[in-house]
Design a protein around this ligand. Structure first.
Ligand SMILES: [Zn+2]
Length: 253
């Protein structure tokens, strides 16, 4: 049985660098990743990138206040549904969307996989649904789509064979999860926002955006252990690292 892993950069965001590295200044332009896992029992997205509305009218989607410190670089054709078609996967055939968490740059494209079941941690779902509609990071229009939602608690083996496993990595948000994928080319840890940059792992320089400082740090230490064991760590928003990542239609794993 082969499990294939593909990576995509679905646009970029320019944001304050302090979001990623606390106590720093300036702004940084970061890639917005999404992944496809092709498994004999399904086609899985891990995160779905930005909402299509940000290609046309970001202000109507996110509000003028956010645009004072955020710039979207996201053009037609860069969205996950278009990228999938380039490897002959129809967006309608995506069976699952695993969301690391429900921030707008991770769940914004969920509706592009209309038939998929969404897999999210129960505590992330509860946190997100309890927020006001004008929250700057969580947009209900992204994730309250009417799609079927599987709310999981802690570690979750998606196909029951150990190849695609949700790992609770709470800290960035109350219910963040990462994904471990066992492919023919080795083990990959898709961090999501639990580890933004290679530098985050190497120096344990914490991000400015986090729900829980201690939990964020202990997740980084777990990633270090996995890396020592031979797992490839896929940093969530590292511009230099992502220049080196093979993009679909080329296989990553
Ligand atoms: Zn986030």
């Amino acid at each position: 049985m082969t499990v294939e892993l593909y990576a995509y950069t679905c646009g970029f965001l320019t944001i304050p660098q302090a979001f990623l590295l606390e106590h720093t200044t300036g702004r940084i332009t970061v890639p917005i990743p999404a992944y496809l896992i092709v498994h004999p029992k399904g086609r899985v997205l891990f995160d779905s990138g930005l909402n299509l509305r940000t290609q046309i009218d970001p202000e109507a989607y996110i509000g003028a206040e956010s645009l004072r410190y955020t710039t979207f670089h996201f053009r037609a054709g860069e969205e996950i549904s278009a990228r999938l078609q380039a490897i002959a996967v129809a967006p309608e055939d995506v069976t699952h969307v695993v969301n690391s968490h429900l921030h707008y740059d991770h769940a914004g494209g969920n509706a592009q996989a209309p038939n998929a079941e969404v897999i999210v941690q129960q505590r992330e779902w509860e946190h997100a649904m309890a927020l006001p509609d004008d929250d700057v990071a969580y947009r209900k229009t992204d994730f309250d789509t009417g799609q079927r939602v599987r709310r999981v608690c802690g570690e979750h083996d998606l196909f029951g064979d150990g190849t695609v496993t949700c790992l609770p990595t709470y800290g960035h948000t109350p219910g963040h999860q990462s994904l471990r994928v066992q492919t023919g080319r080795g083990e990959f840890i898709l961090c999501g926002d639990a580890c933004y940059l290679r530098r985050s792992l190497e120096t344990l320089h914490l991000p400015g955006v986090r729900a829980d400082r201690e939990a964020t740090l202990s997740v980084l230490e777990r990633f270090r252990t996995m890396q020592e064991r031979g797992a490839r760590i896929m940093f969530g928003h590292d511009p230099e690292f992502w220049k080196t990542v093979p993009q679909g239609p080329r296989r990553l794993g």
